[in-house]
Design a protein around this ligand. Structure first.
Ligand code: ATR
Length: 286
């Protein structure tokens, strides 16, 4: 009989589509590098199959998974326990199977902050932050920034009422304002960090930008969570203005590294993960 300790542990991502996911490449690399007997697979799960997939994870003894579009919110009622940050965000991107009990986490916001930290010239508490967008990605990042101590976080969005709602729902105390995109453009020189969370500028609409950066200060850090293309038109304009720019690959690999740590207790080499992603995307980092 096979000793169960020698069996390969299985991890994966569930989503739709997942065919082009870069997660298998980075997680399998990290497993190999750390000599962990495990394998990560991309599981294509249609919306109507999510419940069956979760039952399957338990039945098959899959040790953990990432959850991506369109299941991040819908998976919550199917899990046994939700960690408090994920609960506040209302979305799960990481599931850990702890002896048959499925626990949901959200590493997106923390991943963003980890990717930002090396570039900070002042603490988050002292930084004036502008977020662009008020969708699911903005929610994860905003709540995480607030939980990390950031206080001056304004939100601008095409639909201002959605930004207002996010501010009302944020569990941590902030001094936030909801702004129109036009109002934010006028006040850009107030901000030290700009966080672009909308899909504007994503392939194939690569020429589009959410805001005009005319009034930005050159000392600002400008981030975009998009990584296809790596350097969006928005980041290109920010770079021309002398700003420090940060593309979406950093957040992607850091959220993955934090998920990996939840599963294995080991923090993987993020720079190696980043190299793999850059190679796959065929570009150079910002
Ligand atoms: P995600 O979960 O990836 O954040 P989402 O919840 O659909 O996606 O949110 C998309 C965000 O991009 C929203 O802030 C949306 O603005 P609205 O709330 O006004 O819809 C923003 N967005 C998308 N396309 C846009 C466009 N063409 N112009 C302005 N904002 C846009």
């Amino acid at each position: 009989m096979t000793d169960s300790r020698t069996l390969t542990n299985v991890f994966g991502v569930i989503g739709c589509p997942v065919g082009h996911s870069m997660s298998p490449a980075i997680h399998n690399h990290a497993f190999r590098s750390l000599n962990i007997e495990a394998f990560y697979h991309a599981f294509h799960v249609e919306k109507g199959e999510l419940e069956n997939a979760i039952i399957g994870i338990k039945a098959l003894g899959i040790k953990g998974c990432n959850v991506t579009i369109p299941h991040k919110e819908a998976v919550i009622p199917l899990l046994d326990e939700i960690e408090s940050t994920a609960k506040a965000i209302g979305a799960v991107n990481t599931v850990v199977n702890e002896n048959g009990k499925l626990i949901g986490y959200n590493t997106d916001g923390k991943g963003f902050i980890s990717s930002l930290k090396p570039y900070l010239t002042a603490s988050l508490e002292e930084s004036r932050i502008l977020m662009i967008g008020a969708g699911g990605a903005a929610r994860a990042i905003y709540f995480s920034l607030a939980a990390e101590g950031a206080r001056e976080i304004d939100l601008c969005n095409r639909t201002v009422s959605k930004a207002e709602r996010l501010i009302e729902e944020c569990p941590a105390q902030t001094r936030s304002r909801a702004l129109s995109l036009q109002a934010a453009e006028k006040e850009l020189n107030n901000y030290d960090i700009i966080v672009q969370t909308t899909s504007i500028g994503m392939h194939p609409h690569v020429e589009e930008k959410p805001l005009n950066l005319e009034n930005i200060k050159s000392s600002a850090i400008v981030t975009d969570i998009i990584y296809n293309p790596i350097k969006t038109a928005f980041l290109k304009e920010a770079e021309e203005k002398g700003c420090t720019i940060l593309d979406g690959t950093g957040m992607f690999v850091h959220q993955a590294a934090l998920a990996f740590e939840h599963w294995t207790g080991h923090f993987p080499d993020v720079s190696e993960m980043h190299d793999i992603v850059m190679k796959k995307l065929g570009g150079t980092p910002c």
